[in-house]
Design a protein around this ligand. Sequence first.
Ligand SMILES: [Zn+2]
Ligand SMILES: [Zn+2]
Length: 217
Amino acid sequence: MSNSTLKFLGSDSGFGDNNNSAYIEIDNKLIIIDCGITVFNNLKKKFNFNKYKDIKVIITHLHNDHAGSLSQFILYLWHIFNKKAKVLSACKNIKEYLKITGTPDEAYTLVNIDTNIQFIETEHVKELDCYGFQLKINDKTILYTGDTKTLNPFLPYIKNSNELYVDVSKNGGVHLKFDDIVQDLQKIKQNGTDVYLMHIDDKEYIAKKSNGEFEIK
Ligand SMILES: [Zn+2]
Ligand SMILES: [Zn+2]
């Protein structure tokens, strides 16, 4: 049984059946991390949104597997539940993105700074600005890479983080290649930070290579 603070709606890479997306529920608050094209359906099935006083959506970047149903979700909360989502994101074009997908300004609030969260810009693809973040929640400090091809921007934050959620892949390219960083991850774990693997293109391969050492989401 996993003790991870984040639960996952999906942890597939971009073309998988369930886009990488996580959530945390605390009392009547819900935080969702990324809202890709497959996520809206999963959210709709899983949660009774009447229950929550505060619904936040953190968006790491604007690829469709991370933001593709964001507008849909905001509209759904607004029209069906009369609730205003709070979007947390540092993405430069998110306002424009929501505008051209028909999201009324009054249906959401958008902030790039909030207590307990710090966005960390990383490198993923040249077309988009992309962010991971450090989040303090439930007495835990969580470090989440989002999609990234490098661990470097996150290194200064690892020592102070209880849990690391890291984008890994078999093939590398615009994502971290598992074989290249497995030793770094082993050290991180030895130094006391729990490591969780996510956004995985080939779970069988990663499971075999990680050999039970890391939890696969
Ligand atoms: Zn992705
Ligand atoms: Zn991406």
